[in-house]
Design a protein around this ligand. Structure first.
Ligand code: AMP
Length: 367
């Protein structure tokens, strides 16, 4: 069995590592010469539409991806020759915030109020119906808080429009959330579904800082409601693989923000914190294997290493702290690694997390 992966960043790296443990071969396609998945598996350093590279991927048993902005032309070429999971339609739906929110709403999943904004008139009208504060986001290619700007008063309109540079956009009502929560699920080729406990996420400057799982204060009923939503999306897309939906929690409501049709940063804790990781189940799902159990026995937290990798010596050799350094070239705002810590109680987890943050730095606290 051989799995082709579009994208060779850290997600591709961890997918390849999970595949290896299942005795499954991988090959990644990523135009970047230094794509870090290449450190652990065969890497085709070629353009997305390079015929020879696509031919090699087409010769695998199944192709999946870890990067959503793969040109449609490349995916179209592949689907003619090899199964591609999740199906390309999922990329289309998740790649555009308006299409995505319309899908959520059609499936009974609550979102913030939103409106399409293509010009100044649209924005004025949208502000009238949605009110302020609100967030103007580009419809496509936004990630880690990029391509979005908060509007607090009518005075912000001009600068907001300038900031997104005339790209097709969406205005979203500002959700006064208590916390951010993501829910990850995997769906097999036979429609079998497994999900992990909800994860609570803290972002700093739009980039994920800490994930904790299972999220506190997400009742079974609330998680069941979220999973019902994911299940509906997956059934609609005849989805195979891991899907994550990021929600804002407002009291006992979950308001969907966005989804990613791939493994996700907020699920990295599953490597050590759950019986099977998101990476293992992504590989299992696309390869047509039965999904692994997603149960957790304790508590886990993950901290991202952003921009630089500090000395981690003080955390080495522990059986409750796991260091993941991806081998990427340091750059401001870049995800270079993560640290996961596990514990038997929530209180113990918080104490250990403090120890980890003392070593790696707490981006939530100004230094
Ligand atoms: P996104 O790129 O949509 O994931 O947004 C990045 C971050 O901005 C989110 O994780 C939230 O912290 C914040 N954010 C985005 N949209 C909203 C919203 N409609 N209301 C409140 N906060 C938001």
């Amino acid at each position: 069995m051989k799995v082709g992966i579009l994208g060779g960043g850290q997600l591709g790296q961890m997918l390849a590592q999970a595949a290896k443990r299942l005795d499954i071969e991988t090959v990644v396609l990523d135009p970047a010469e230094d794509a870090v998945a290449g450190q652990v598996t065969r890497h085709l350093a070629a353009d997305w539409t390079d015929p020879a590279a696509l031919q090699e991927l087409a010769a695998t048993d199944v192709v999946t991806y870890e990067f959503e902005n793969v040109p449609a032309a490349a995916v179209e070429k592949l689907v003619a020759d090899v199964p591609v999971h999740p199906a390309p339609e999922a990329l289309v739906k998740s790649g555009d915030r308006i299409i995505e929110k319309n899908l959520f709403n059609a499936l009974g999943i609550e979102t913030a109020p939103f409106a399409q904004v293509d010009d100044r008139d649209d924005l004025d009208r949208a502000i009238e119906t949605i009110g302020l504060p609100a967030i103007l986001k580009t419809r496509r290619f936004g990630y880690d808080g990029k391509g979005q700007v908060v509007l607090r008063s009518a005075d912000d309109v001009e600068t907001a429009l300038e900031a997104i540079g005339g790209q097709p956009a969406i205005l979203e009502g500002f959700v006064p959330f208590d916390r951010e929560v993501s829910v990850l699920a995997a769906r097999g080729r036979d429609g079998e579904l497994k999900y992990w406990p909800a994860t609570e996420n803290v972002h700093v400057d739009g980039i994920l800082h800490i994930s904790r799982a299972p999220a506190a204060e997400v009742s079974d009923a609330l998680l069941a409601e979220a999973v019902r939503g994911l299940e509906a999306v997956m059934a609609h897309l005849d989805y195979v693989g891991v899907l994550v939906v990021e929600f804002f929690q407002v009291g006992e409501r979950l308001v969907a923000n966005e989804m990613a049709c791939r493994v996700h940063n907020s699920g990295h804790w599953t490597i050590e914190g759950a019986a099977s990781s998101q990476f293992e189940n992504q590989i299992r799902a696309v390869a047509g294997l039965p999904l692994g159990e997603t149960a957790v026995s304790g508590f886990a937290a993950m901290v991202n290493l952003i921009g630089e990798v500090p000395s981690l010596e003080a955390l080495e050799g522990r059986d409750d702290v796991f260091l993941h350094v991806y081998g990427k070239t340091p750059r401001e705002g870049r995800k270079l690694g993560h640290v996961t810590v596990v514990a038997e109680s929530r209180a113990a987890l918080e104490a250990k997390l403090e120890e980890v943050l003392a070593v790696v730095g707490d981006r939530a606290k100004p230094s």
